[in-house]
Design a protein around this ligand. Sequence first.
Ligand code: ATP
Ligand code: ZN
Length: 226
Amino acid sequence: VQQNSSRLTIAIQKSGRLSQASLALLEACGFRFSLHEAKLLAHCQNQPVDLLRVRDDDIPGLVMDGVVDLGLVGENVLEEVRLKRLATQLEAKFKLLRSLDYGQCRLAIALPKEVPYQGIQDLVGKRIATTYPYLLQNYLQRVGVAANTAVLTGSVEVAPRAGLADAICDLVSTGATLEANGLVEREVIFRSQAQLIQRTTPLSSAKQSIIDQLLPRIDGVQQARE
Ligand code: ATP
Ligand code: ZN
């Protein structure tokens, strides 16, 4: 079973915005993988390391439950899962090893451009569609605004036009998607980039020594890119 494997297990996103950069980082650190598109697990050819390729949403929980040793995931997903687990009394601990230099984005509230907006109080009583209900509610509580949420796992940007919500709270990097949907960014609620996290339960000394080698290599790769 995974948990008892003597091989260091690293979870990365299978396919999406973080996949290429996560794999490229590990390869730049000297790990060689041969990936088979359909396979969940990929063995490293030159180290006792396995890659587990999953949906990004599953990565924080796998680390928090100690099912994998390391995970590379966006801070937005990490914090959403952490808040959700705290609310449901599940284990939510992890060790933050490094902030990584890719996956930069922000979670922002946007409204249709024709809707006047003076400030945050204009959100009172509105319905906001999002994939990140815990991050959104956490923010609304902090600023003291009572608004409703509608949870959508995809196509959040079309929710206002579809009459499902008054506003959205979604990830933005360039703003092109908002623009294309007639939305204007009004509040940034969370800034994110990829993170390397570790499970909190103790690791064998063999696994620990691989991590001890990996971290300075990551620092070297990232410094060279600065
Ligand atoms: P999965 O199938 O793994 O669940 P997904 O559709 O949830 O994939 P992606 O769109 O691939 O996720 O985004 C993965 C992560 O990339 C985001 O959670 C975020 O951390 C980061 N990211 C960076 N820029 C953006 C952006 N403009 N839009 C969405 N995510 C972004
Ligand atoms: Zn996802």
